[in-house]
Write a protein that binds this ligand. Structure first.
Ligand code: ATP
Ligand code: MG
Length: 350
């Protein structure tokens, strides 16, 4: 029997609702697999915690978090607490401390979803740089309030950081039987960062002669997502470009409640973190109507990362079954079921 230790951060709003259902799915997986089990360590770190304690997590938070096989996160955010607090005090420190330099988001059309696109064939993965680039947080604000006031927002692209994300994307493609990769650039306008990115892309691709790959300006690529989603297989992008493209990707599936995201430390020296991509959605928090599918998909990604491919596939199959039937689905994807009823349907299939 293999026991996985999971640090679970439900967070705020519907994060709490969907993580509760996620644990039910994990418990059922443990029951039916017979070979694995889960030990949960639930951590109350959230914006609510911040309002009580003046910080998002205790001083020894990182040490507590590190001691596990993986981290499962709901969502953090609360009206009255600025978004940058939860980002700067919880999410970014976790990504940096645990060297989760890969952000992975699958975009795969599942049955029963209502894509706003005419061309509904899509099954690709976006791989986003998650540790530096445009989100390095460095810059300068000069001459506050003066006529010559100005700000500078820096981007940092290191050779190490750029090479490892590009190499990860090529390796991922190779391992997963994909033979086409697109690298997002904008080297016509960003004459340092993206010229550098392209140069390293040109170096790395030499090691993958069997892979068809190309660079595409990010603006053109956004259009390509809409026009030809069926031609995409693996997309690799910087932190900012990846952020925008992945949200576009999830919108293409028809609901923000479906998509998962993995913040991955490929070396497995530190835990990786998995989460649904939606936020805390205060407007529907506690109403029992949040779609839990993004969390189930995130759990499936987590299990795959933990080398439990069979169990990961079981979850995806159960989700597809429930979506195809369309009886027990939540309002955001056109049904009437509650969060719990949708989970019940998944458990029944499992
Ligand atoms: P945050 O500040 O934490 O990002 P938010 O209010 O921006 O929270 P989002 O998650 O970005 O919330 O979602 C925007 C809207 O989409 C929500 O207000 C909600 O109505 C809807 N939504 C988000 N997630 C889900 C879900 N899992 N199921 C159903 N509807 C959802
Ligand atoms: Mg939001």
């Amino acid at each position: 029997m293999k026991t996985f230790r999971l640090n679970v951060i439900p967070g705020d709003g519907i994060g709490v609702d969907v993580i509760r259902e996620g644990r039910r799915v994990l418990d059922r997986i443990a029951e039916v697999s017979g070979g694995i089990s889960f030990q949960y360590h639930e951590l109350p770190w959230s914006c609510e915690y911040y309002l009580k304690h003046g910080k998002m997590m205790p001083a020894d938070g990182m040490a507590i978090l590190r001691d596990c096989d993986a981290i499962l996160l709901g969502a953090v955010g609360f009206p009255g607490v600025p978004d940058h607090i939860s980002l700067r005090q919880l999410l970014l420190p976790i990504r940096v401390e645990f060297d989760q330099y890969v952000n992975m988001r699958p975009v795969k059309m599942l049955p029963g979803l209502n894509s706003p696109l005419k061309n509904e064939t899509m099954d690709f993965v976006c791989i986003r740089e998650n540790s530096e680039g445009e989100y390095c947080g460095k810059g300068e604000w000069k001459n506050h309030g003066q006529a010559d006031e100005m700000v500078m927002q820096h981007s940092i692209f290191t050779r190490k950081g750029t090479e490892r994300i590009l190499r990860y994307a090529f390796e991922y493609a190779k391992k997963n039987g994909k033979n086409h990769l697109l690298s997002a650039t904008k080297s016509n306008a960003l004459n340092y960062s993206m010229v550098f990115w392209d140069q390293i892309y040109d170096e790395v691709r030499q090691d993958y002669p069997d892979m068809t790959s190309a660079k595409m300006h990010v603006d053109a690529l956004a259009g390509y997502f809409i026009m030809h989603p069926d031609r995409l297989q693996v997309v690799v992008a910087s932190n900012l470009f990846g952020d925008i493209l992945t949200d576009l990707g999830s919108a293409m599936l028809g609901s923000i409640g479906i998509s998962p995201s993995g913040n991955i430390n490929p070396a497995r020296k530190y835990p990786s973190m998995f989460e649904p991509i939606h936020g805390s959605a205060p407007d529907i928090a506690g109403k029992g109507i949040a779609n839990p599918m993004g969390t189930f998909w995130a759990i499936s990604m987590m299990l795959e990362h933990l080398d439990c491919k069979e169990e990961a596939d079981q979850i995806m199959t159960a989700m597809q079954h429930v979506l195809r039937e369309g009886k027990a689905v939540t309002q955001d994807i056109g049904g009437k079921a509650s969060t719990t009823e949708m989970t019940d349907a998944i458990l029944a299939v499992l």
